[in-house]
Design a protein around this ligand. Structure first.
Ligand SMILES: C[S@@+](CC[C@H](N)C(=O)[O-])C[C@H]1O[C@@H](n2cnc3c(N)ncnc32)[C@H](O)[C@@H]1O
Length: 204
């Protein structure tokens, strides 16, 4: 069990962050997501349309780990540049790449090398040259200011140790008039401390 930090939720950070330091949270995330290999396709069929799933490799569908379908709400246009934060095995990266087409560009960013390897294999299966996968943190996006049209994120903001920093980074990389489509968990009431202290509950 990691050190327990006293709850201090100032600064717009998540409830679990009161209990895990930044390095502890990142270690939990890396350990959890690098080890994933089980098929969880029930998640995808509950979130995405059957038509969209039929366009994707099963290996991407099986590792859909998000909580929504941000691409459906992003109104992506051919030729746009999209940034997928916490892209995981790439389900939304792939859907975004199909929507923006070969003239567009999709950057998938994730801190877990094993998830990026899975995303790379999925991108290769569809032969999508417009996808660029990068290792990095959503709190320190490795892109210039005003360089993307749309940011999408599915199930990653709630894992951030510094959500306000991640939001500021999204604003920094978006071009004027840019759009954000976020899908994430929203806490409507307090959770028991036993849940907040649980690394497994935090990592999802
Ligand atoms: C719940 S999964 C969602 C993956 C993907 N968006 C999807 O819908 O399948 C969260 C992903 O975010 C990544 N992640 C978590 N915290 C991150 C951070 N601070 N910076 C970058 N990636 C992060 C994890 O490695 C994991 O691949």
């Amino acid at each position: 069990m990691p050190d327990v930090r006293k709850p201090d939720l100032e600064g717009g950070e998540s409830a679990a962050m009161a209990y895990f330091s930044e390095s502890q949270a990142r270690a939990i995330i890396r350990e959890t997501y690098s080890a994933l290999d089980a098929a969880v396709s029930a998640v995808a069929s509950a979130l995405y349309t059957a038509d969209d799933l039929a366009r994707l490799p099963q290996s991407a569908v099986d590792l859909a780990l998000g909580v929504g379908d941000p691409v459906r709400h992003a109104a992506l246009q051919p030729g746009e540049t999209v940034l997928d934060l916490g892209c995981g095995a790439g389900i939304d990266t792939l859907l975004a790449a199909l929507a923006v087409g070969p003239e567009g560009r999709v950057i998938g960013l994730d801190m877990t090398p094993e998830m990026l390897q899975r995303a790379r294999a999925n991108v290769a299966r569809l032969g999508l040259g417009q996808v660029d996968l990068r290792e990095g943190l959503i709190e320190q996006i490795p892109l210039p200011d005003a360089s993307v049209d749309v940011v999408i994120a599915n199930g990653v903001l709630s894992l951030s140790t510094r959500q306000s920093r991640a939001l500021a980074e999204m604003a920094r990389v978006l071009r004027p008039g840019g759009r954000v489509a976020l899908a994430d968990l929203v806490l409507c009431e307090g959770l028991p401390e036993s849940v907040l202290r649980s690394p497994a509950a935090f990592a999802g």
